[in-house]
Design a protein around this ligand. Structure first.
Ligand SMILES: [Zn+2]
Length: 370
C-alpha cells in the first residue's frame, strides 16, 4: 500500500510499546486496589478519616475519595510520564517541553480529582439512600452526566488544554462551509485546534451537542494536506454528524452501563459479606468497587470498539459518497498513517480488542473496492 517499510517497523515497535504500557498500567491499578483493600489499609484509612471529620458522612466521602484518587494518581504518575512524554518524544511524535507536560498534568489532575470525588460521592449516596433501586438512578445519573459533559466539552474543557478558534476566512474555509451546506447540515463553525505545542500527530473530531456542536481540525493538518484531503477529513466528520453518532454512542454506552450496574446489584449481598463491610455504600469497600468497574471496563472494551469501528466505516462511506474521489481518500489515509505513526496492518486480535477505528489498510481496501 506504499507506506515505507521503515515507517512500518517504527510504527510496529511504537504500538507494541504503548500496548505493553497500557496493560502494565491496568495490571498495576488492579494490584494496588487489591493491596489497598485486603491489607486492611482501606479500613484503617476510613476510620482515621472518620476520626478527623467527626463522622460526618459527606465529609468522610470527600476526604477519603480525594486521598484515594491522589494516592493512585501519584503512584502511577511515573508510568504516565514514560508513556505520555518519554515514548512520544522518543518516536518523534512530540516536541512538548517538560514544563508544558507538568502544566498539563496539573490541570488534568485537578479536573479528574473534581470529577472522581463528585461522581464517587454521588454514587455512594445513591447506594446508601436507595439500597434496592440505586442501579436505575445511577444509570439515569450517568446519562445526564454524559449529556452534560458532551455539551460543555468543546466550550469549557477543551480550551483548558488547547487553544481553539474558528478557522480563518479564505478559500479553504469557504470550500468547507460549502461542503457542510451541500450536505444540508447545520454545522455552523469549523474550529482549528492548536495542538502543535504538544504533539506532531494530526486529527479531527466532531464534538458537542446542540449549540456546542462543531468540527475540530488540528493545526497539524494544515501544512501537510491538500485542500481536497482536508475536505475529505471534514466529509468524514460530517458523516458522524449525519448518522447522529454522538447520540447513538451515548445510547449504546447507556445500555452497557445499565447492564453493568444491574450485574453489580447482584453482588450487593455477597460482596459486603466477603469484604466484612456493612453494605456496598461502606467507604471501606470502595477499592473493591473500583476494581470491579475496571475489570468490567476491560471486558466491554472490545464491544465498544466493535461499535465504534462500525460508526467509522459509516462515516468513511458517507465521505466517499459526498466526495467520490478514491485517490484523495487513499492519499489522505497514507499521509495520516505516516504522520501519526499508525500501524497500517495490526495483528487481528490487537485490532479487535483495542482499535476504535478500522486499521488504515482496511479503510484503504474498502475505499478501493467501491
Ligand atoms: Zn471518525
Amino acid at each position: 500500500m506504499g507506506v515505507p517499510i521503515r515507517e512500518c517497523a517504527a510504527a510496529k515497535s511504537y504500538h507494541r510499546l504503548k500496548r505493553r504500557l497500557f496493560f502494565a498500567g491496568f495490571a498495576a491499578h488492579l494490584l494496588l486496589l487489591l493491596i489497598f483493600q485486603f491489607s486492611g489499609a482501606s479500613m484503617r484509612f476510613s476510620r482515621r478519616v472518620s476520626g478527623v471529620t467527626g463522622g460526618a458522612e459527606w465529609a468522610d466521602a470527600v476526604v477519603y475519595l480525594s486521598c484515594f484518587f491522589s494516592l493512585f494518581y501519584f503512584v502511577l504518575l511515573p508510568l504516565d510520564f514514560y508513556s505520555g512524554f518519554v515514548v512520544e518524544r522518543k518516536f518523534s511524535l512530540s516536541s512538548q517541553t517538560l514544563a508544558h507536560w507538568v502544566g498539563e498534568e496539573g490541570k488534568k489532575y485537578a479536573l479528574l480529582l473534581l470529577f472522581f470525588v463528585s461522581t464517587g460521592s454521588g454514587f455512594l449516596f445513591l447506594l446508601k439512600v436507595f439500597p434496592d433501586s440505586w442501579w436505575v438512578y445511577a444509570a439515569i445519573a450517568w446519562l445526564c452526566l454524559s449529556l452534560f459533559v458532551a455539551k460543555i466539552f468543546p466550550r469549557l474543557i477543551l480550551p483548558l488544554f488547547y487553544p481553539l478558534h474558528p478557522l480563518s476566512a479564505g478559500p479553504l474555509k469557504e470550500s468547507l462551509v460549502e461542503l457542510c451546506a451541500r450536505a444540508r447540515l447545520p454545522v455552523k463553525e469549523i474550529y482549528e485546534l492548536v495542538i502543535s505545542g504538544k504533539t506532531n500527530k494530526a486529527n479531527a473530531a466532531l464534538v458537542g451537542i446542540g449549540g456546542s456542536r462543531r468540527i475540530l481540525l488540528t493545526d497539524t493538518l494544515f501544512s501537510r494536506y491538500t485542500p481536497l484531503e482536508i475536505q475529505m477529513v471534514v466529509a468524514h466528520e460530517l458523516g458522524h454528524h449525519a448518522h447522529r453518532h454522538i447520540f447513538r454512542g451515548i445510547g449504546f454506552n447507556l445500555c452497557l452501563v445499565f447492564l453493568g450496574f444491574y450485574l453489580l446489584r447482584g453482588f450487593s449481598v455477597f460482596l459486603p459479606r466477603f469484604l466484612g463491610t456493612e453494605s456496598l455504600a461502606d467507604l471501606t469497600g470502595f477499592p473493591a468497587l473500583v476494581f470491579l468497574s475496571l475489570v468490567g471496563g476491560m471486558i466491554i472494551l472490545p464491544i465498544q470498539n466493535i461499535f465504534s469501528r462500525r460508526q467509522e466505516r459509516e462515516a468513511d462511506r458517507y465521505a466517499l459518497e459526498k466526495l467520490p474521489n478514491k485517490e484523495v481518500f487513499v492519499s489522505l489515509m497514507k499521509k495520516l498513517a505516516d504522520q501519526n505513526l499508525s500501524d497500517p496492518d495490526p495483528d487481528p486480535w490487537v485490532e479487535f480488542f483495542l482499535y476504535d477505528h478500522p486499521s488504515i489498510s482496511k479503510r484503504i481496501r474498502t475505499a478501493e473496492s467501491r
